[in-house]
Design a protein around this ligand. Structure first.
Ligand SMILES: N[C@@H](CCC[C@H](N)C(=O)O)C(=O)O
Length: 282
């Protein structure tokens, strides 16, 4: 499936105790036909009241706590299968809610943001994470500097720019910043241009996956970081390379992400080795 071009494999692991291994993820990603950004492994529920436990793997085999575009794909796959439209899921970051609406778009309640340096986490104490000390480029003329940091379940860093987000070599800066010593669990790195308080243009280098067409949790972080630094309101369209997402930071502190999800093709997957076959029928 894909969520605005974020390449997602929804792996149906219900009825088995097997897990998708990091080795399988790396092997699947090595094939051009199955290159992906995240695998959403949908397991039987672990907690009463939830539909499924969802484990998230990045294309480098690492585990992610949250994936907004992937959750939309899971909601759409389960809605198509079961007819019902609302789901409660458990992930390592907590409980999430997802719903397909009448217009075919999917809204996921991504939970609440965290701002304390130790929750993000950062390796250094910052009293205020709306603007942290971090820069890239020459010390006296940094190319990017003073980003906002927060956790949307996963570590997120938003650099603010006033010009074209495409004029920055994110493919070069992304890996350096993702692995910067300030981030003990690495980080998702975004560049944001606030066009209007209700419109942000965003590019993201994803932890464990690299440049992507869309990153839902980074879009949530751009809105929340925008609102807490008074650059945006509490609801905005976030334009990512793959298209538009709508993010709202509600009065109850929950962040919702709305956008499309698209089925591409189906197959059978060995979760241990990553060997796969494509099904003839869609
Ligand atoms: N594509 C995602 C984010 C996936 C996880 C991220 N790479 C991480 O490791 O935190 C999204 O849509 O949110």
């Amino acid at each position: 499936m894909n969520g605005l071009g974020n390449q997602i494999i929804v792996a149906d692991m219900r009825g088995t105790s097997a897990r998708v291994t990091p080795q399988a993820a790396i092997a699947i990603n090595a094939r051009s036909e199955t290159r992906f950004d995240q695998i959403m492994a949908v397991h039987d529920p672990r907690t009463p009241g939830t539909a499924n436990y969802v484990e998230i793997l990045n294309s480098d085999g690492s585990q992610a706590q949250a994936c907004g575009n992937g959750m939309r794909c899971v909601v759409q796959a389960l809605t198509a299968e079961q007819g019902r439209q609302r789901f409660t899921f458990e992930t390592i970051a907590g409980i999430l809610f997802g719903e397909e609406t009448e217009d075919g778009l999917i809204t996921v309640d991504m939970g609440t943001p965290k701002f304390a340096w130790y929750d993000i986490p950062l390796n250094e104490e910052f009293a205020d994470t709306r603007q942290i000390e971090l820069q890239i480029g020459p010390i006296d003329a940094p190319v990017l500097h003073s980003p906002s940091a927060m956790s949307m379940g996963n570590p997120q860093v938003t650099f603010w720019v006033k010009d074209d987000v495409w004029s920055y070599a994110l493919d070069r800066f992304g890996p350096l910043l993702e692995n910067h010593p300030l981030f003990p669990e690495r980080a998702n790195i975004s560049i944001a241009n606030v066009v209007r308080p209700d419109h942000v243009i965003l590019r993201t280098w994803e932890r464990g996956a690299g440049l992507t067409q869309a990153c839902g949790t980074a879009a949530c972080a751009a809105l929340v970081n925008g609102a807490r630094t008074r650059r945006t309101g509490r609801k905005a369209t976030i334009t990512v390379p793959g298209g538009d997402l709508v993010v709202e930071w509600r009065a109850d502190d929950h962040v919702t992400l709305t956008g499309p999800a698209e089925f591409e093709w189906r197959g059978r997957l060995d979760p241990v080795t990553g060997a796969w076959t494509r099904s003839e029928a869609a």
